[in-house]
Design a protein around this ligand. Structure first.
Ligand code: ADP
Ligand code: MG
Length: 357
């Protein structure tokens, strides 16, 4: 069993790549700034640390150091509350829920669960926060990748159904023993929402990158829009296009992020169809979702991936509370009307662009 081409390097690089992509744009943003304001900005606070299995970085404008410190401590707190693997600490609510099939959780975990379960319902289970038994079975947790047998997948299937995860206020419980919950597809987006709450009235603008989920808070200090890179699926250290935006949260799910090539020669990605237990293979390379809710952007980047291009377009027309950029293996980019004019291909990229209305 091989790790897919470039994966070993890419996996180690994963956390870095998103940073590099956004850092490149930070640089251009700062360049633009420096033309009018001088080269260093005393009003800028930088932040970078590791949490949520990724690198997190931010640039805050018009903010006190206290606000930067609070962002770091609150994200670290949320990280330990949501951890599925770490048994230590009194506040490891999700770990405890998975161990005991029932747990009283913090306000944040309860709110994340409420929003996540709503998104599971609204996407008709394309997003399913109880998909974890499959994630484990394919080796995406241990990194000991394997293709499970059909009978093993059939055995696990009854454990995967968000409708059997019950919430009553701050209490979460499972209807079946052996179920496991994991907010991996939504947590970074929820954290971005939390950061936005901390920044409110405490910063004039900010750009925050949570391992590829980006919060563009307000506008750039010079009053222009932020530019956020959309990673090139063939080389995620580069970006294939840029999106101009303000006051949005942008999340990307890519099949190139965590994948392996099985003994059968096929490449398997970390995004799993909860109805089959099998990694999605539908010609989509990445889904970027833009909205004013981080939880929604993050959840939908995963869910639309599972739905496929046609399903994603249908869901968009029925909901219209987000925009997307879908990149496919045949070099097509499907871009919804709300961001169509804000999206620009980078030099040297020749995607055929389709407007989705
Ligand atoms: P990333 O975490 O790489 O930014 P995503 O936001 O797409 O990417 O989240 C993918 C993670 O979500 C997977 O690693 C897995 O833990 C989990 N996951 C995979 N498929 C699903 C699904 N259909 N519904 C909910 N969670 C999923
Ligand atoms: Mg996601």
């Amino acid at each position: 069993m091989n790790i897919c081409a470039g994966f070993r390097k890419r996996y180690k690089m994963k956390k870095l790549t998103s940073i590099i992509v956004v850092a490149a744009l930070f640089a251009s943003a700062l360049c633009a700034c420096s033309l009018g304001k001088g080269s260093s900005d005393p009003d800028e606070k930088s932040l970078s640390f590791e949490a949520m299995d990724t690198f997190i970085s931010a640039k805050l404008y018009g903010a006190e150091q206290e606000t930067a410190d609070k962002i770091e401590s609150e994200i670290k707190r949320l990280d330990s509350e949501l951890s599925v693997v770490n048994a230590e600490g009194e506040n490891n609510y999700v770990y405890r829920l998975n161990r005991d099939s029932s747990a009283k959780v913090s306000d944040d975990v309860a709110e994340l669960a409420r929003q996540s379960l709503e998104l599971c319902e609204s996407t008709n289970g394309a997003l399913d926060v109880t998909v974890y038994p499959f994630i484990e079975e394919w080796g995406f947790v241990s990194k000991d990748y394997k293709i499970p047998s059909k009978s093993r997948l059939a055995q696990l299937l009854p454990l995967v159904d968000y409708r059997n995860a019950v919430q009553s206020g701050s209490k979460l419980s499972f209807k079946k023993d052996g179920m496991k919950l994991d907010f991996g597809a939504v947590a970074k987006g929820y954290a971005a929402d939390m950061v936005r709450g901390i920044l409110k009235d405490k910063a004039s603008s900010a750009i925050v990158n949570l391992g590829g989920t980006v919060l563009a808070y307000g506008k750039k200090p010079d009053g222009s829009q932020w530019r956020v890179g959309v990673a090139d699926p063939d080389n995620s250290a580069s970006y294939m296009g840029t999106l101009s935006c303000a006051d949005k949260i942008i999340a990307t799910s890519g099949s190139y992020e965590r994948c392996f090539t099985g003994d059968d020669g096929k490449t398997y990605s970390h995004i799993i169809d909860p109805k089959t237990g099998i990694p999605v293979d539908n010609g989509i390379l990445s889904v970027t979702v833009i909205s004013n809710s981080g939880a929604r952007s993050d959840a939908l980047s995963t869910a639309l991936f599972v739905m496929g291009k046609d399903g994603a377009e249908k869901y968009y027309r029925e909901n219209k509370n987000f925009d997307f950029i879908i990149l496919t293996a045949d070099k097509k980019a499907y871009v919804t009307a709300g961001v169509y004019d804000d999206f620009k291909l980078a030099d040297g990229y020749d995607y055929e662009i389709f407007k989705v209305e």
